[in-house]
Design a protein around this ligand. Structure first.
Ligand code: SF4
Length: 377
């Protein structure tokens, strides 16, 4: 499908029906799965087969293929990154998040001095790729705050990623020269009705504005865009189809930009939400392999939300970047109390321990994004 220049993803999205896609995924057969595995290149129909229940008995085969394709494209390297939470202020209510406005937790936004202190602690762990995270509080943590933060952070890191509220195109354009490389913007769920239930208040309740964020980023000329959904809110297979559709659309339209996919599963937090749909470890492995077999170029990222054992086992299957030693509260590396966390992390190992685990498995942990440092890609 060729996308007309003016067509945004929300226009494409309107042509699809959730229930129809879901029933197409669930009606895929073992023959469809075998065809998808044996083809040299796969389309979205094949992706549906690979994430379908019919693919469950083919997990071993999928894992081997995924491993092979990942090694061919990425070698035996894993990129290391760490989040820095700048603020937990938030004007939104999101049913699944510890920072939600209706959670009565102490709020704080890092001052310039506190940011510098976090930088010192993070650099001491060896990191060169940082992910800046905030809630959505536009008055205190808006463009001007980000600009100040970037000026402080940019000299110390060769790759800066951002996971904050969706911004306008011109705001991204102002941050790129200050060092912004990557923006992560997860749709949470592509199920529009459920999206409304989980985002009842605040700017995030605008489904379309969020859906069109990667388009604004693509037009701004960003280096990399990260996509994903929050597993536990809706049927993971259908949500993953829409993520793959989004990815394919973006790759064709903004072909100079790179892309990554993340796999957050709902974790416990203050005022916690019970997942509507459980995603098992086996299913998450199936999905990671399915993405790799569908798309050999996309980066696949796994955070410390997952357990030690799970992370150790999936490293070989297609993952290309991981975090380690993460704190999910503002000021967490210097000394702030743990009680302000966005969610609990599971893998508590230090970056050095993770690096050791990677080396044991024959992988090289990569702390510096050389590609970016020398202006490549
Ligand atoms: S998910 Fe983001 S926008 Fe929603 S409450 Fe949490 S920090 Fe705020």
């Amino acid at each position: 499908m060729i996308y007309r220049r003016a067509m945004s993803f929300s226009e494409i999205f309107r042509n699809y029906n959730w229930d129809d896609i879901k029933s197409r995924i669930y009606s895929k057969t073992s023959q469809d799965v075998e065809n998808a595995i044996s083809k040299p290149q796969r389309n979205l129909e094949d992706f549906m087969a690979l994430i379908s229940p019919a693919a469950a008995p083919y997990l071993e085969q999928m894992a081997q293929l995924s491993h092979k394709l990942t090694q061919k494209r990425f070698g035996k390297t894993i990129q290391m990154y760490i989040p820095m939470y700048l603020s937990n202020e938030c004007q939104n209510i999101c049913t699944y998040c510890g920072f939600s406005l209706d959670n009565k937790i102490p709020r704080r936004t890092l001052t310039e001095k506190e940011i510098l202190s976090e930088i010192t602690h993070i650099k001491a762990m060896g990191y060169d790729h940082i992910l800046l995270v905030t809630g959505e509080a536009n008055k205190t943590v808006g463009l001007e705050y980000f600009k100040k933060a970037f000026r402080l952070i940019n000299p110390s890191f060769s790759h800066i990623s951002l996971e904050v509220q969706p911004l306008d195109q011109h705001e991204y354009e102002e941050l790129i020269p200050l060092g912004l490389n990557t923006v992560l913007v997860y749709q949470e769920t592509y199920h529009q009705e459920d999206y409304k239930k989980h985002h009842p208040k605040g700017k995030k309740s605008n489904f379309d504005y969020r859906l069109e964020t990667p388009d604004r980023l693509g037009r701004a000329g960003i280096h990399k865009i990260g996509l994903g959904v929050l597993f536990g809110l809706e049927d993971w297979r259908t949500d993953s189809f829409f993520t793959a559709l989004h990815l394919q659309y973006l790759e064709r339209k903004y072909w100079k930009t790179k892309y990554s996919i993340s796999f957050p599963r709902l974790r416990p937090h203050a005022g916690g939400l019970t997942p509507k749909v459980e995603m098992t470890d086996r299913e998450l492995v199936q999905l990671i392999c399915a993405y790799r077999i569908f798309n050999e170029e996309v980066e696949l990222s796994l955070s410390t939300r997952e357990s030690n054992k799970f992370r150790d086992n999936v490293i070989k299957l297609g993952i290309t970047s991981i975090s380690a030693g993460s704190k999910t509260n503002p000021g967490g590396y210097a000394n702030a109390p743990e009680s302000l966390e966005q969610f609990e992390i599971d893998d508590q190992r230090s970056p050095a321990q993770i690096a050791e685990m990677l080396t044991r498995q024959g992988y090289e942990p990569v702390w510096k994004d050389w590609d970016r440092a020398y202006g490549g890609g």
